[in-house]
Design a protein around this ligand. Structure first.
Ligand SMILES: [Zn+2]
Ligand SMILES: [Zn+2]
Length: 176
């Protein structure tokens, strides 16, 4: 988690605060798929975000899905408050390969940056090396970087600067 936080501070450029583990919203469990509906979790996260939250990123090892997709690596509210990533399918062992915590972490950083990018209004990018490029397979995650391309980076910088300025009123602690 510390590595993910560091990665976010470096690339998004906003301070990160880690929260205590949050309760899992049981209503998000989809029994017949043995997965968790990420849209339902996102709705629950909105209510769990401390009042001074700039953006909230949930990190879970549960396998996430949405009704129309077999699985998702993560999901975010576009230009919104909350986002989530799942490490379930970022682990090499999910694909029958030997475990590599470093690789899992590297992928988790990329997906965290991607989902947080959405919360700052970024949409999918055609540059396959950009963090905002869409990943539908773990191979796509490995192709891209945790960093943004030039265009996405400049868009994000403006949005983050504006968000931080807005949250910097006296008495409001910044948080990502
Ligand atoms: Zn996306
Ligand atoms: Zn881009």
């Amino acid at each position: 988690m510390e590595t993910i936080a560091e990665c976010i501070e470096n690339i998004i450029g906003a301070p990160v605060r880690m929260l205590e583990d949050l309760d899992e919203p049981q209503e998000a469990f989809v029994e017949n798929r043995n997965q968790w509906d990420s849209s339902v979790i996102l709705r629950a996260l909105i209510n769990m975000a401390p009042p001074d939250t700039l953006r909230l990123l949930g990190v879970t090892s549960r396998d996430l899905c949405v009704p129309v997709l077999t699985f998702v690596f993560g999901q975010a509210q576009l230009d919104g408050l909350v986002s989530i990533i799942s490490t379930a399918r970022l682990k090499p062992e999910f694909y029958g390969l030997s475990a590599s915590p470093d690789l899992t972490l590297e992928r988790a950083c990329k997906e965290s940056i991607h989902e947080l990018g959405h919360t700052f209004g970024l949409v999918h990018c055609g540059d396959r090396s950009c963090a905002m490029s869409l990943s539908t397979h773990v191979g796509d995650v490995d192709i891209k970087n945790a960093e943004f391309c030039r265009g996405c980076r400049s868009f994000l910088r403006d949005r983050v600067t504006a968000a931080l300025a807005d949250e910097s009123r006296p008495g409001r602690e910044k948080q990502l």
